[in-house]
Design a protein around this ligand. Structure first.
Ligand code: 16G
Ligand code: ZN
Length: 532
C-alpha cells in the first residue's frame, strides 16, 4: 500500500536514533534538538490524523523550546480553535513518538482505528518555528510527516508561538481574523491605535518602553510592530534581538528575569524606565524596572493579570451592565499578596489551578470574562460570546457614556489574542491600561506589595514519588512530607511553600514566600532539604 512506502521513507529520512523515552508534557515534547527529528516527523503524521478527526479543520505544529537554551528544541500541536492539543491525545503522541521504526506503521494504524479517523478526508496542518538554528530542519521533518499521510502542510517560517495559534484559529473561524502575519498585525495593532485615539497620553504615563527580546523571535517581530507607531502612540526601544554572538535566552528573557530576579543583560540602565521582557518564542511577558539604587523591581504575570482585570472591571461598570461576570485564574506560584489584593481590594473572584496553560485556559473559559496568568508571565483574557454580544450591543445602542466604555472594551477585546498567552498582544494591553490610568511603572508597583519569594529546584531519584493535590499546593506523597512542610512554614509569618514535580524537567520544584527575602530563601532551602 502507499502507507508502506511512507514508513519505508520514514526509516530512511527520519530514523529513530535514540532509545530515550520521551513524553508529551505540559509544553509538548521538549529535549535536545538532536533527539527530536523522528519525533517531529511522527507528530506530522499525528497532526494529519487529528485534522481528519476534526473533519479536515486545520491543526497547528509549533517547533520551539520556548525559554530553554539554544541546544534544546521541541514540538507542540495546536487544536483547531487555536488551543493546546486535547489532553487525551497526549497519550497517542507519546506512544507514536516512542515506538521503533519497525512498529511505526502498526502503531499508526492502531491510532487511526482507535480515534476513528476517516483517512479519505482532506487534512491541513500549519507549521511554525522559532529562531533556533535546528528549527528549519525540524520544520521540514514535520512537513514530511504531513505529506506522508497525504495532508497539506503550510509553512509559516519563523513566527511566535501565539502567532501560529492565531493563524490556526483564523483559518478555522474567519470571523476571528486573517490567518497571516499581516492579518495578525492588522487586528492587534489596529485595535491599539484605535484605542489610543480616545486615550491620549496623560498623568505619569510615558509611551517610552524598553524591550528585552530574549534574542528570540518575539523581539524580531516587534520591529514590524514598531513601524506602525509614532512616538506618541508607543516609543519602543528594542534590545536583545539576536544579533551575532547574542545567544537565545542566555542571561535575558522573561524566564531569566523572573526566576533569577535579576535584570536582563544588554539593556542600558535607566532608573525607573519600564522594561518589558519577552521569552524566546514570544508567549510570555514580564515587566520590570531598576530603581536609583540599581535594585530590580519585577512586575510579573500576577501584576499583569490584576492590571488588566481591574481595567476591564472599570469598563464593565461604566457600561452599566451586571450581565457580564469576570474572574481571575492563577496557579500556586501566584504571589500571596496578589491573591489578597484581588480578593480584598479588587473584589474579583479568583481561582487556583494546576500549573500549565491548558489548565488555566479551560478554567478561564468558565467565566463570562476570564483573565488568566501564570506568575511567569504566560496569560491572556478570554471573552465568552455572551460577553462579546452584550458589549457590542451596548456599543451600538447604549446611552452615550456606556456606549463609549463599550467601544473601548470592544477594542480591548480585538487587541487580545484569545488563543494563548501572547507577549506582543499582552504588551499592548498593558501599555493601554497604564496609559488609560496615567501611571508609571513605579505607581503600578505601588498598587500592592509582593511577598518576597524564592524558587529552587531539587534533583531526586524519582520525581514522580512526589504527588500533589489542591492545585499542587499540598503533597499527598511521600508520606509525612506535607506535615514536614507545614512545620517549616509555621515558623515564618505569612509563610507559604510547596513542592511539585516539574512537568518539563526531571526535577522537583520548590516555591516559598515569606515576609523577608532572607526568610523566603531559608524556607525554600529547608523545604528542599525535606524533599531530598
Ligand atoms: C510549560 C508550560 C507553562 C508552565 C511550565 C511549568 C505551556 C504552554 N507551558 O512551559 O505554562 O508554567 O511548563 O514548567 O503550558 P514546570 O512543570 O517545569 O515547572
Ligand atoms: Zn514560551
Amino acid at each position: 500500500s502507499s502507507l508502506r512506502v511512507v514508513y519505508a521513507f520514514a526509516r530512511e529520512m527520519h530514523p529513530k536514533t535514540t532509545d530515550v523515552f520521551i513524553q508529551y508534557g505540559t509544553a509538548g515534547f521538549r529535549t535536545k534538538a538532536i533527539l527530536l527529528e523522528h519525533v517531529v516527523y511522527r507528530m506530522g503524521l499525528l497532526a494529519v490524523i487529528r485534522s481528519r478527526v476534526k473533519n479536515g479543520r486545520t491543526i497547528g505544529m509549533m517547533i520551539t523550546a520556548s525559554h530553554n537554551l539554544e541546544p534544546d528544541n521541541g514540538v507542540k500541536l495546536v487544536d483547531p480553535d487555536g488551543e493546546m492539543l486535547e489532553e487525551e491525545w497526549e497519550a497517542h503522541a507519546t506512544k507514536l513518538a516512542n515506538v521503533s521504526d519497525n512498529d511505526l506503521e502498526a502503531t499508526t494504524m492502531e491510532i487511526i482505528q482507535e480515534v476513528k479517523a476517516d483517512m479519505t478526508l482532506k487534512a491541513s496542518v500549519f507549521i511554525g518555528m522559532d529562531t533556533r538554528y535546528t528549527s528549519p530542519r525540524l520544520a521540514a521533518a514535520a512537513a514530511n510527516g504531513v505529506i506522508a499521510l497525504k495532508g497539506t502542510p503550510k509553512e509559516f517560517g519563523i513566527v511566535t508561538t501565539p502567532m501560529l495559534h492565531f493563524f490556526v484559529k483564523c483559518r478555522n473561524d474567519n470571523s476571528y481574523g486573517t490567518p497571516t502575519e499581516e492579518g495578525y498585525y492588522e487586528k492587534i495593532i489596529g485595535a491599539y491605535k484605535n484605542m489610543r485615539k480616545s486615550l491620549p497620553t496623560k498623568g505619569d504615563y510615558s509611551p517610552c518602553l524598553y524591550v528585552d527580546g530574549a534574542n528570540g523571535v518575539g523581539g524580531k517581530k516587534l520591529k514590524n510592530v514598531k513601524k506602525n507607531f509614532d512616538e506618541e502612540e508607543l516609543e519602543l526601544h528594542l534590545f536583545n534581538l539576536g544579533g551575532s554572538g547574542e545567544k537565545l535566552n542566555l542571561g535575558c528573557g522573561a524566564d531569566h528575569v523572573k526566576v533569577t530576579q535579576t535584570p536582563a543583560k544588554g539593556i542600558p540602565s535607566t532608573p525607573y524606565q519600564r522594561i518589558a521582557s519577552l521569552d524566546g518564542d514570544g508567549d510570555r511577558l514580564v515587566y520590570y524596572y531598576t530603581d536609583d539604587k540599581d535594585k530590580m523591581h519585577l512586575l510579573d504575570g500576577d501584576r499583569i493579570a490584576t492590571l488588566l482585570a481591574s481595567y476591564i472591571t472599570e469598563l464593565l461598570q461604566r457600561c452599566e451592565t451586571t450581565e457580564v461576570q469576570l474572574g481571575i485564574v492563577q496557579t500556586a506560584y501566584a504571589n500571596g499578596a496578589s491573591t489578597k489584593y484581588i480578593t480584598d481590594t479588587l473584589k474579583i473572584p479568583v481561582q487556583c489551578v494546576k500549573t500549565g496553560v491548558k489548565h488555566l485556559h479551560s478554567a478561564a473559559h468558565k467565566y463570562d470574562i476570564g483573565v488568566y496568568f501564570e506568575a511567569n508571565g504566560h496569560g491572556t483574557v478570554l471573552y465568552s460570546s455572551k460577553a462579546k454580544n452584550v458589549i457590542s450591543r451596548i456599543a451600538r445602542e447604549g446611552d452615550p457614556e456606556p456606549r463609549e466604555a463599550a467601544k473601548l472594551l470592544s477594542q480591548f477585546i480585538e487587541m487580545t489574542n484569545e488563543t494563548v498567552g501572547d507577549a506582543i498582544s499582552d504588551l499592548l494591553l498593558v501599555e493601554t491600561v497604564l496609559c488609560a490610568r496615567g501611571i508609571s511603572a513605579l505607581q503600578w508597583m505601588q498598587l500592592y506589595t509582593d511577598l518576597p519569594c524564592r524558587q529552587l529546584k531539587v534533583t531526586v531519584a524519582d520525581r514522580n514519588a512526589i504527588q500533589t493535590t489542591d492545585a499542587e499546593r499540598q503533597c499527598t506523597s511521600p508520606e509525612g512530607l506535607q506535615q514536614r512542610i507545614n512545620e517549616l512554614v509555621a515558623k515564618y509569618p505569612s509563610g507559604r511553600a510547596f513542592a511539585r514535580p516539574s512537568g518539563t524537567e526531571d526535577i522537583v520544584r520548590v516555591y516559598a514566600e515569606a515576609e523577608s527575602q532572607l526568610e523566603a530563601d531559608t524556607l525554600a532551602a529547608e523545604v528542599c532539604q525535606a524533599v531530598f
